[in-house]
Design a protein around this ligand. Structure first.
Ligand SMILES: [Zn+2]
Length: 221
């Protein structure tokens, strides 16, 4: 059971459909692990639509109507599966929304080696403002101290990691604001795979790794 959850503010933005696509996909993936947040999101959606239904109708111009009708032909938006799969294979445990973006399992992804214990695989969500990537940290491995010019959402998919603020396991959701420095270390027992959604590239603060910063450009899209 997940111990760390999105804030109520984030869940409200999610339920209202206000989050950018990449962040919304990360919150949706957490809901796959967390019945409590899933229930809250449904309640917020119901409360939102009740409020919306109580509003007086506003006349809509032809151009708005045209753009709404045009969207009917678009692909369905990314969404989360209502219930986790019973199948406990690696792919079965992976949230449906990630399976769609990964088109395979973890071993079939293209992984870029960043340090001895860190590999990153970038996934495409179609959201140009956010990097959406999987981080693979070797058991006991450390991600060098880094901070962010923007926000960072993390969801633990496999194994776990710890930092100065706590220890995180499968399904845990962590949100960090800009300029929050931290140095996550994978748990000793197994390799850790996390989903990370960033709106600015991470920046290593330790002098040994600073030379890499120019290469860590945001790979959004
Ligand atoms: Zn939750």
């Amino acid at each position: 059971m997940a111990k760390f959850h999105p804030s109520i503010d984030l869940l409200t933005e999610y339920a209202a459909g206000n989050l950018p696509l990449a962040q919304s996909a990360c919150v949706a993936a957490h809901l796959n692990y967390c019945e409590s947040c899933q229930r809250t999101a449904v309640q917020l959606q119901e409360a939102g639509s009740a409020l919306f239904g109580a509003l007086d109708p506003v006349p809509v111009g032809d151009s708005v109507l045209d753009s709404v009708l045009a969207r009917l032909d678009e692909d369905a938006p990314l969404s989360y599966a209502q219930a986790p799969e019973a199948d406990q294979t690696e792919v079965g445990r992976t949230p449906a929304i990630l399976q769609r973006l990964m088109k395979g399992d973890f071993s079939e992804l293209v992984w870029r080696k960043v340090t001895e214990s860190l590999r990153i695989s970038y996934l495409k969500t179609g959201d140009p403002g956010y990097e959406f990537a999987l981080y693979h940290i070797k058991a006991g491995g450390k991600i060098p101290d880094h901070d962010h010019r923007g926000s960072e959402m993390t969801l633990v998919l496999q194994g776990g990691f710890s930092d100065a603020n706590g220890s995180y396991h499968e399904g845990d959701f962590i949100y960090r604001a800009a300029n929050d420095t931290h140095a996550p270390t994978a748990l000793q027992s197994e390799d850790c795979i996390c989903l990370a959604v960033l709106d600015a590239p991470l920046k290593f603060t330790n002098w040994k790794y600073r030379w890499m910063n120019p290469f860590l450009q945001l790979r959004a899209g």
